[in-house]
Design a protein around this ligand. Sequence first.
Ligand code: SF4
Length: 482
Amino acid sequence: MKEIKAIQPQLHATLADEKLQLAVYTATGRLVDKRKSTVAADVLPDYQELRQQANDLKRHAIEHLDYYLEEFERNLETRGGKVIWCRDGKDVVDFVLGLAKRRQSKVIVKSKSMTTEEIHLNDHLEEHGLEPVETDLGEYILQLSHDKPYHIVAPALHMTRYQVADLFEEKLEVPREEIPEKQTQIARAILRRKFLEADIGISGANFLLADSGSVVLVENEGNARLSTTAPKVHIAIAGVEKIIPRAQDLATFLKLLGRSATGQPLTVYTSVLSGPRRGTEIDGPEEFYVVILDNGRTRVLEDADKRQALYCIRCGACLNICPVYRRIGGHNYPWVYSGPIGAILTPQMEGLHKNPWLPHASSLCGACGEVCPVKIEIPRLLLELRSDIEQDKADRGEDKLEKLAFRAWAKVMANPRLYESAGAAASWAMQDTGEGGWARNLPWFMNVGPLKAWSAERDVPQLAPKSFHQLWRERRKEKGKA
Ligand code: SF4
């Protein structure tokens, strides 16, 4: 496929990097095993029922998105918070810059948020002289190394502790330290100062609760709690799809999220944030904003079937189990969302023609669909998207060669004489190409251009020396003679 050629050198480099392969394979394998042990039937007997409940809840929320988002806004504003509706990343950046200017802020602490990665928020803030500081350890490591997330849950999964030791030594000018716990202490000492300096804290949102106007954050490090409560202003940035109807629905999602992501029955911290500090409260921000972002999500909504990609709760289980992700890693995917969820979300959010190879980058083994806690039918959506992409290409007059080939094929199939002659010619041409009934190579004249790459990876059954029609005619002739 023409478009994937552009990243082929990058793909080959990833596959040839033994250390990287080992790091990714080991880390994802560990997550797969942990997940499996926490959803096993003897540990969580109602696992499949929970998945169905989660699917039902997400479907209901997405089908009534306008209703629940407006309910969320009303409830948040009753508690003194404010919703900012943003069409795209530019709207978000403009809002944050305006607020930073008004509050004369310089340092902004951030907790992990794929939504802010999606809109390159840090780059834009830095361009305007602000200092965004990632406070999740993995994200902090990536920020120091000017890298992007490798995985939606474990952003620095591709880096070894030795690489982190080199990085800290170089960037933080500290003595080399290879023990992860000590590396964490180094980062913590620096980040604590940043929490105190920051005027604004930015977080993502795992869930937005419509019935109370609350933002729910789940995390393991406690940095999200500090980012959202220590600074005077908190901004939570969430995609429209993060809404769920009621606080009680959280029970279903929280049971699934930690297990599917890291194999934990629950993540260490679950915070429910409901507006700014009130009256007698001693902590919390003075100003509380929830930015609700579209950025292509309403385009996904337009398709009543494929919109189920918006049910995703970003657990990463489909990445960990995917044989393609585990080999090609996160950086070869074109956008922040990698693995199977990236392959169904990116074309829908960014447009079918941008990376048309993406839904094809799957073995369709079905493992992603089996582990997805919200039961998104990922393999089926991949097939649907493949079909949409071909239709899109045809509509735009692309892939003329393929079109010509299929036209020729249709002509041959519709004409018995042509069909028979083509069969005889192919059988003659393939007579010396195989062994044991299989053609190991296509004949030379079919083994050029795109067909060469295709046939290098595939064997086809050898054609019989005589076609059925030939044999039939010969038999009739013999019978006639007898
Ligand atoms: S698609 Fe499903 S398995 Fe993949 S990240 Fe989203 S919720 Fe998790």
